[in-house]
Write a protein that binds this ligand. Structure first.
Ligand SMILES: [Zn+2]
Ligand SMILES: [Zn+2]
Length: 124
């Protein structure tokens, strides 16, 4: 085989990818073999660090609020609409209701069931 830089590069890439599979597989196996232990450890840690867990969750939520204030508002509004409107405004379905936004900023929209909602977004 004629040695070229190109070939060596490709070889290295392939070698890396092959190994990444092996590493991934090993990690998965490790988890499968020690699932109970790992889960128990996680649970114990969470129980011992309830405050910390709460803080982490709060932080994550706040980050989300900060990143998507409009979306968060919209979610709250959608929740409110779901409680208020218990039927699809198009076909009267009472199940799988979703909120269709016509304007995220002003929180305008109406309630639709999933099939009607899909049709609304993909009419063709
Ligand atoms: Zn419907
Ligand atoms: Zn929609």
């Amino acid at each position: 085989m004629v040695y070229t830089k190109e070939k060596s590069k490709i070889y290295q890439k392939e070698y890396y990818q092959k190994n990444i599979e092996i590493f991934r597989e090993k990690g998965k196996q490790h988890y499968q073999n020690n699932k109970k232990k790992i889960n128990k450890r996680t649970r114990l840690w969470q129980e011992r660090n309830k405050e910390k867990v709460k803080l982490i969750k709060n932080k994550a939520n706040k980050k989300y609020d900060f990143k998507y204030p409009e979306k968060k508002k919209a979610q709250n509004y959608a929740h409110y609409y779901k409680q208020r409107d218990t039927t699809c405004s198009k076909c009267g379905n009472v199940e799988n209701l979703q909120f269709h936004h016509t304007n995220y900023e002003k929180n305008e929209g109406f309630t639709l069931c999933t099939p009607c909602h899909v049709k609304k977004h993909h009419p063709y």
